[in-house]
Design a protein around this ligand. Structure first.
Ligand code: ATP
Ligand code: MG
Length: 294
């Protein structure tokens, strides 16, 4: 059975969004409650499905819901929470500097990534509401970074927690400490990252489908992505070679040796740009045959 959480990643333009959507639709057609979620700020699911989508899960077919994470909303939510927290517990001499750091950090593109990642963690934390969550990701570099983020964010949260413990005035009983809630919030966030990491590294729960095209650049990037995923101990249920025009045997011969011991799925180029549910259904057949949808 397909793992409950399935990521689709690969170089820009290889077909992640298309194949993630086809897989989600295939699973939904098996009667599974499926959420297709995009972390790519350049949302393309609404174009692919030809309907407006947003940050709330929208039902697009039987058993299929789609959500496009809103990066600006996620960043605002994230920075507001961080500042609120800092205001509650930072020692006065630390406060101004801390807020300045948050402001600066908020302008960094990484802040949006962190915020999107946190929003995704919250979504994955509600896994029990779904049979499958299919994640359409931004181009590889980005996504792999996302997968390693929990570690750095955890370190940051831990540092704040340690500082907070040092800063608690000794004469206040624990229950009256106004900063207690802040510490609880930090702890909850820390726990969320920990749970997410555990889930991402559990091959029964999470798989990362690598998508490449039949060209040298995307194959090389795929090989590097595989190494990174293996280092991060994330399982790869399949490699999809998408949009091929050569005969399948030639594709396999050219690509197979670069990806030893990975299940490989060849999806030929469709005659027209896939758009809408009917086209996605046709693509889903290949993924079903390869065992990705079962
Ligand atoms: N099997 C296929 N046959 C024909 N066209 C395809 C196929 N798969 C994807 N495409 C087309 O290739 C283009 C890129 O696909 P898609 O948007 O799914 O890629 P992506 O990896 O999500 O891109 P990005 O990195 O920009 O998010 C689109 O125009 C899509 O319709
Ligand atoms: Mg895409």
């Amino acid at each position: 059975m397909t793992t409950p959480i399935l990521f689709f990643g690969g170089k820009g333009g290889v077909g992640k969004t298309t194949l993630a959507a086809a897989t989600a639709l295939g699973l939904a057609q098996l009667g599974r409650r499926t959420l297709l979620i995009s972390t790519d700020p350049a949302h393309s699911l609404s174009d692919l499905l030809d309907q407006p989508l947003g940050d709330q899960a929208t039902n697009v077919a039987a058993n299929l819901w789609v959500r496009e994470l809103d990066p600006d909303a996620a960043r605002e939510h994230y920075l507001a929470a961080v500042k609120d927290n800092i205001r509650r517990f930072a020692a006065p001499e630390f406060l101004r500097e801390a807020e300045r750091q948050v402001e600066l950090a908020g302008m960094h593109p990484g802040a949006t990534e962190s915020a999107l990642f946190e929003a995704l963690c919250r979504q994955l934390d509600e896994l029990e509401q779904w049979d499958h969550i299919i994640v359409d990701t931004a181009p590889t570099g980005h996504t792999l970074h996302l997968l390693t983020l929990p570690e750095s964010m955890q370190a940051w949260t831990q540092a704040l927690l340690a500082h907070q413990l040092d800063a608690r005035p000794g004469n206040l009983p624990e229950r009256d400490d106004p900063r207690r809630r802040a510490r609880d919030l930090l702890q909850a966030r820390q726990d969320l990252f920990q749970r997410t990491r555990t889930r991402l590294q559990d091959p029964r729960l999470t798989g990362f489908v690598l998508v490449v095209n039949d060209d040298r650049l995307s194959v090389s990037e795929g090989v590097r992505a595989r190494e990174t995923l293996e280092r991060a101990r994330v399982s790869i249920p399949a490699l999809i070679i998408n949009r091929t025009v050569r005969p399948e045997s030639q594709v396999r011969e050219a690509v197979e040796s670069r990806f030893p011991k990975l299940t490989q799925v060849v999806v030929p180029a469709a005659e027209t740009t896939p758009q809408g549910l009917a086209d996605l259904k046709r693509l889903a057949v290949y993924l079903q045959d390869a065992g990705l949808i079962h």
